[in-house]
Write a protein that binds this ligand. Structure first.
Ligand code: URA
Length: 238
């Protein structure tokens, strides 16, 4: 790929801006200053801008502790989205949310630039578990746990069996094995309760790190990445 396109894809600026940087001698390829924006580069070439090495990986995986009040969408004309909480490079590398959390839902939101991985993690056939902590407006009962485990008819679909563990009078931890629109809220509605707060604690093999504040993000560790690919029976691309 041309050097200017590569740097632009890595969010160093528009094509014009990176061309100007290259002509000014601010860019090195494999330790040599290059002044031709059209110079061909290979994936394995090392790049540096203003003497700082560039992270050239195209595939990235990010975990965000989503705060309330932010839309899960690639972009929106009026409201802030989860993409606004990440550095620009993740948008340019199409590192996209895996599924959605409602605007008022908090907690673990995964992003990946591997489209196939994203697709498989959401595929209904794969039954990737998601666990949430829900706070509701009335006391939870053992009967609710039984009804969750039996599956719930939500009108347009029947929610599969889910585990509800009571944690407090009005707090429960629920694990679902599918991911339909507003599913957890609708399941509680079906047993006569309204969800007041919903926080996702885990997604497949990933759990929300206790030391990651709301609104903060980090890239997945090597172990976490391997566990995700294993979960969906996929080889990690090199
Ligand atoms: N279920 C819901 O109802 N809302 C979410 O954000 C996630 C799961």
């Amino acid at each position: 790929m041309r050097l200017d396109r590569r740097l632009s894809e890595l969010a160093f600026g528009t094509r014009k801006e990176v061309q100007a940087m290259i002509r000014q001698g601010l860019v090195m390829v494999n330790g040599q200053t290059v002044r031709d924006p059209g110079q061909h580069t290979e994936d394995a070439d090392s790049l540096a801008v203003r003497g700082v090495p560039v992270d050239t990986r195209r595939i990235r995986h990010v975990l965000l502790n989503k705060p309330a009040g932010i839309l899960t969408a690639a972009r929106d004309r009026k409201q802030p989205t989860v993409m606004d909480l990440l550095p620009q490079v993740y948008s340019t590398l199409a590192c996209m949310p895996v599924g959605r959390l409602d605007k008022d839902t908090t907690g673990l939101l995964l992003f990946t630039s591997d489209g196939e991985l994203n697709h498989r993690l959401l595929s209904p056939q794969r039954h990737v578990d998601k666990t949430y902590r829900a706070t509701v407006d009335a006391d939870l009962t053992q009967e609710d746990t039984v009804r969750f485990s039996e599956g719930l008819d939500l009108g347009d679909f029947v929610a599969e069996s889910a585990e509800l563990v009571l944690e407090g009078p009005r707090t429960g931890r629920v694990t679902i094995h599918e991911g339909k629109f507003h599913q957890v809220k609708r399941m509680f509605e079906a047993v006569g309760k309204q969800v007041l707060e919903l926080d996702r604690l885990s997604f497949g093999p990933l759990t929300l790190p206790g030391d990651l504040p709301r609104g903060a993000w980090r890239e997945l560790t090597r172990k976490e990445i391997e566990s995700l690919y294993r979960q969906v029976g996929m080889e990690e691309p090199v």
